[in-house]
Design a protein around this ligand. Structure first.
Ligand code: BG6
Length: 486
């Protein structure tokens, strides 16, 4: 569907996210015919670039991050014709704002205006104030806040307060790109359109749940950001907790933004609080050392940071969580995320309980539902079967497999495509409300505090392994194991 004409202004436009995700996403939707050609994409940063210099960078980014079969010359040139640049120091109320103001004449006052903040979150408040003071906020203006929103509860509140001083909540879009992934949205369909799952979706039938987001990449060029963040802030506080919410929430009354977000918020508030003294028992942190991924030897985290820097920042986290509600009781939800693991894979494993009694000699394996978010998006359900032939009843597990790609034969759009278009349309359903972000920080914060006080060690793991042994032990206490063969 074609959206209304818009001006999309990105702060932090020379950064990695803009080049890698935002420009390619807008290009794809333009190519799909969803963006009117009189729309504009306006990059801003402190750099002094001309429109053409920024267009050059944008073009290079498209050539690098858009697949060849989606790059046609004519579309690329038309898209670049919509790209502009303004040199602005977002933090300071000085004259550079004129550079941006000049781009907006009276004739653009009715056009949808989106300001996307891909800068450090400390600047969000100042940028909002300056947008306001420079008369750049119109009726149809929205702001998009990239994560991280703050680095703990207090700083998140501060960012939300500062932004909230200039924009009402329904104009503020807090992005969590995991919510833009097709397969994450499909969780809602899977659960609430298929009674065969939902009827078994509770502690009576489910023994535990695992949510994993594993990556093979290291921190690459992002050391400055990452070393102040770590995996808990970078992945767990947002992406994994959002996925957990969709797995654990009650059926919302409708798909309206607030119905859905109310249910997610209830899950976040029902998370069993982790006290600082419990952290060593329920949370594991690790940092990768040198190792081998496939055939490649890759450097240790500290080597990637360089300059002989020392750091305790975690590149791996595993946590045992519980959602204290009537539905879930004491069912453990294991969360795990790490860099430099053997495979890039995000998945949810729902481990069902064993049969109460067995009439078979073969050992039975309990059913397991695997929801693969990426790559090879799909679902897999393991079931026990009779081995064909033979005289007796020998049983073995086999899988029922659905590959979404085979079933639908469609391209999997990048998460940002959907989300950027939603910000233009003004649809907040796949964005986090203020109270969700703060509830997530509330739960995560004692872990951050305990680690800051060094209550538990940073386990080192070789790159290319599934993380430290301690992560295995976290599950072993309940005789469970990570679903490792991914
Ligand atoms: C980002 C994190 O939010 O998510 C990155 O900052 C991480 O560190 C990325 O690599 C993972 O996203 P995806 O979509 O590749 O799973």
């Amino acid at each position: 569907h074609m959206v209304d004409t818009f001006d999309y202004v990105v702060f932090g436009a020379t950064g990695d996210l803009t080049m890698r995700k935002l420009l390619p996403a807008l290009y794809h939707r333009f190519r799909d015919g969803q963006i009117p050609e009189d729309s504009r994409v306006i990059g801003t940063s402190r750099s002094r670039l001309s429109h053409d210099e920024f267009r050059d960078r944008a073009e290079k980014a498209l050539r690098r991050f858009v697949k060849d079969d989606s790059l046609d010359e004519n579309t690329v040139q038309r898209f670049l014709g919509m790209v502009f640049f303004a040199s602005v120091n977002g933090a300071e109320a000085e004259s550079t704002w004129d550079n941006l103001r000049e781009l907006f004449g009276d004739d653009r006052a009715d056009v949808v205006r989106v300001f996307y903040f891909a800068t450090s979150p400390e600047l969000y408040g100042a940028i909002c104030k300056n947008l306001h003071d420079n008369g750049l906020v119109t009726e149809k203006t929205r702001v998009v806040l990239e994560k991280p929103i703050g680095h703990d509860l207090e700083s998140a509140r501060k960012v939300n307060d500062e932004v909230g001083a200039y924009f009402e909540e329904n104009k503020v879009f807090r992005i969590d790109h995991y919510l833009g992934k097709e397969t994450v949205q499909n969780l809602i369909a899977l659960r609430f359109a298929n009674p065969v799952f939902e009827r078994l979706w509770d502690s009576d039938a489910i023994e535990h749940v695992q949510i994993t987001a594993a990556e093979t990449v290291g921190v690459e060029g992002r050391g400055d950001y990452y070393d102040h963040s770590g995996a808990l802030r970078d992945m767990i506080q947002n992406h994994l907790l959002q996925v957990l919410c969709l797995v654990a929430m009650e059926p919302p009354g409708s798909l309206d933004a607030d119905d859905l977000r109310n249910e997610k918020l209830k899950v976040l508030r029902a998370l069993k609080p982790i006290r600082e003294e419990d952290v060593p028992n329920v949370a594991v942190r690790g940092q990768y050392g040198r190792g081998k991924i496939g055939k490649e030897i890759v450097p240790a985290y500290l080597e990637e940071l360089g300059d002989g820097k020392q750091s305790d920042t975690e590149t791996f986290v595993a946590i045992r969580a519980e959602v204290h509600s009537w539905r879930w009781g004491k069912v453990p939800f294991y969360l795990r995320s790490g860099k430099r693991l053997p495979n890039k894979v995000s998945e949810i494993v729902v481990q069902f309980r064993e049969t109460p009694w067995s009439i078979f000699k073969s050992k039975l394996e309990a059913n397991r539902l695997i929801i693969r978010l990426q790559p090879e998006e799909g679902i897999q359900l393991s079931v026990m079967n009779k081995v064909p032939g033979g005289d007796g009843m020998e049983l073995r597990p086999a899988n029922i497999n659905v590959s979404f790609e085979q079933a639908f034969g469609a391209r999997y759009p990048d998460a940002y495509e959907r989300l950027l278009m939603d910000t233009v349309r003004g649809d907040p359903v796949l964005f986090m409300r203020r109270d969700e972000v703060e509830a997530a920080w509330t739960w995560v914060e004692p872990i951050l505090n305990a680690w800051k006080k060094n209550c538990s060690p940073v386990h080192h793991y070789p790159a290319g392994s599934w993380g430290p042994d301690a992560a295995r032990k976290l599950l072993a206490v309940t005789r469970n194991a990570w679903h490792e063969d991914m």
